[in-house]
Design a protein around this ligand. Structure first.
Ligand SMILES: Cc1cc2nc3c(=O)[nH]c(=O)nc-3n(C[C@H](O)[C@H](O)[C@H](O)COP(=O)(O)OP(=O)(O)OC[C@H]3O[C@@H](n4cnc5c(N)ncnc54)[C@H](O)[C@@H]3O)c2cc1C
Ligand code: SF4
Length: 508
């Protein structure tokens, strides 16, 4: 397709959103061109070296963002084929039925989605199968209805995690096997290597956007992937249709025309591409007559808790097998304080020092070896003032004003008190927007074009041949990991586009 053949659809970004749409279109007859700003992540020893990944930030983007005070930082953004799932922790959760409805919170309302859980359920099932998710249906007390069980048995707990299960049960909780996309078990390629969450897999065993979505379709004659191809803007015609993208590939600026465009650059970058596409006829950027593009940025309240075992080394290799949802709809007597609790990947000394640089190496390593690491996750509320902005000179500002901070704090204090029944010391650490790992909401869906950018199928209200399919479409963030929901909706949108291609209404 390179240079001569015109694609039928251009997909910007090869993460979960873009990859799942591409996977649905592959084989339909439509010529698909995927433009990815990054390259394939090299398989090298540094993939699993905490010093390289955290202290040297080897794989993180070199670009800088700034906050509202002008403080600049290098964000935790990763640009590779497969997107952020190259580094993700493989927790593949479905959102709950209530997450798709209006829910009152202490600081405001978490808005409804333009469709129900029931409408997305078949696509959750398809996404789990595609990613090879391991799990055990029926254990999670907050589990939504499922049309089928998991195709793969839950990853078994290692001894220390099994011990945690028993101790939490002893406190009246109902821990369950965390759904996880790793190729573990007889004949599987997962070696329980010891570095998974926040690291790349050297064995192709992590179910990620590259292994599960992009690689399987690359041999297809109608699918072309351009790596090192960064889209700078979309170009509209006077009738509102998008006619082309401007892309910088290997230092050269090119224009690629197509009848249909799918923007899947991730929540922050999709908003930036739309804002950067501002022109005289669209001064606020594209798909933005509602003014919502870039706004309503959410990232979850994420607090890490390290339970220290002074006399025992934590030799667990793959800890992310346990989760607790007893408080998903609220603490006893405090319904506003709520969230999910799950194991975090192993924290190692260099990870601690990358945040607390004053800490002596020996102490950080000791803490890493003797800790069992947990993550408390609460819903972040969409607020118009939390936003991605493009400043003069193409500088990027992230203004972040999370909602429900006090309720999350009460949730964390409750969980910490429970963990103190197990560990003599429980240390606390919050993850900020500098690591926008669960970024979402910046190009929100909705039924009302005055208050949303996309309809229920992620089609732009303003430009009918533009779809935005990545975590930016989330109207609310729920309190669970986002990747499976991005994939489910992207598969749904991809199936819609495939049908449209077959019945001749593609890009109509
Ligand atoms: C350390 C870490 C751990 C995580 N753990 C979990 C977990 O356990 N479970 C879970 O559900 N989620 C987890 N997440 C979040 C999850 O990875 C994301 O929600 C998900 O990958 C988002 O997919 P996406 O398609 O929205 O965007 P992305 O993954 O960001 O994909 C966007 C793609 O577009 C490319 N791109 C960006 N800009 C441009 C441009 N201008 N032109 C061309 N290409 C562009 C990017 O390089 C990227 O490949 C984790 C994230 C991180 C960082
Ligand atoms: S634990 Fe398994 S899936 Fe995760 S990085 Fe190691 S080998 Fe890969």
């Amino acid at each position: 397709m390179d240079g001569t053949i015109k694609p039928d659809v251009v997909i910007v970004g090869s993460g979960v959103g873009g990859g799942a749409v591409a996977r649905q279109l592959a084989g339909s007859g439509a010529k698909v061109l995927i433009l990815e700003r990054g390259d394939f992540l090299p398989n090298e020893p540094e993939n699993s070296d905490a010093e390289a990944v955290f202290v040297q930030a080897r794989y993180r983007t070199r670009e800088e963002y700034q906050d509202e005070s002008g403080r600049r930082y290098r964000p935790g953004q990763y640009y590779y084929v497969g997107g952020h799932t190259k580094f993700y922790g493989t927790a593949m959760f479905r959102f709950r039925e209530s997450d798709f409805r209006d829910v009152a919170h202490e600081d405001g309302t978490s808005p409804a989605w333009p469709f129900s859980y029931a409408e997305l359920e078949p696509w959750y099932d398809a996404a789990e199968r595609l990613f090879g998710v391991h799990g055990q249906a029926g254990e999670d007390p907050a589990e939504p209805p499922r049309s089928a069980g998991y195709a793969h048995a839950a990853v078994p707990h290692e001894p220390i995690i099994a011990d945690m299960v028993d101790r939490l049960k002893g406190q009246g909780l109902r821990p369950f096997s965390m759904p996880s996309a790793v190729d573990f078990g007889p004949g599987g390629s997962c070696r329980r290597c010891g570095t998974c969450d926040a690291f790349a897999c050297r064995y192709g065993a992590k179910g990620d956007g590259e292994t599960r979505l992009i690689r399987p379709i690359l041999a297809h004659p109608d699918v072309t992937l351009w790596t090192n191809a960064q889209v700078t803007r979309l170009i509209p015609a006077s009738d509102g249709r998008i006619t082309a993208v401007e892309v910088v590939r290997d230092g050269q600026t090119l224009r690629v025309e197509a009848p249909l465009f799918v923007l899947s650059a991730g929540a922050i970058n999709s908003a930036l591409v739309l804002l950067r596409s501002a022109s005289e006829s669209n001064p606020e950027g594209l798909a933005n007559r509602s003014g919502v593009v870039g706004r309503y940025l959410m990232n979850h309240h994420l607090t890490g808790l390290m339970g220290l075992m002074p006399f025992r080394v934590n030799d667990t290799k793959f800890p992310k097998t346990l989760s607790v949802n007893d408080f998903y709809h609220g603490l006893p007597g405090d319904a506003a304080a709520r969230g999910n609790m799950q194991m975090l990947g192993n924290i190692q000394g260099p990870m601690i020092r990358s945040t607390y640089s004053w800490m002596p190496r020996a102490l950080a390593n000791l803490l890493g070896r003797h800790s069992v690491d947990w993550l408390c996750m609460s819903e972040d509320l969409p607020r118009a003032e939390s936003r991605v902005r493009l400043l003069r000179g193409d500088r990027v500002e992230i203004a972040y004003h999370p909602g429900d901070v006090a309720a999350h704090d009460r949730f964390v204090r409750h969980v910490r008190a429970q963990l103190r029944n197990i560990f003599p010391v429980v240390l606390r650490h919050s993850f900020g927007i500098e690591a926008p790992s669960h970024q979402c909401g910046t190009v929100r869906m909705g039924d009302d074009p005055a208050r949303s950018a996309l309809d229920a199928l992620c089609q732009s209200h303003d430009h009918r041949n533009l779809y935005v399919v990545d975590a930016s479409f989330f109207p609310s963030s729920a309190a669970l990991n986002p990747a499976l929901t991005v994939c489910a909706q992207a598969l749904r949108v991809g199936a819609h586009l495939r049908d449209a291609w077959r019945n001749g209404t593609f890009a109509a």
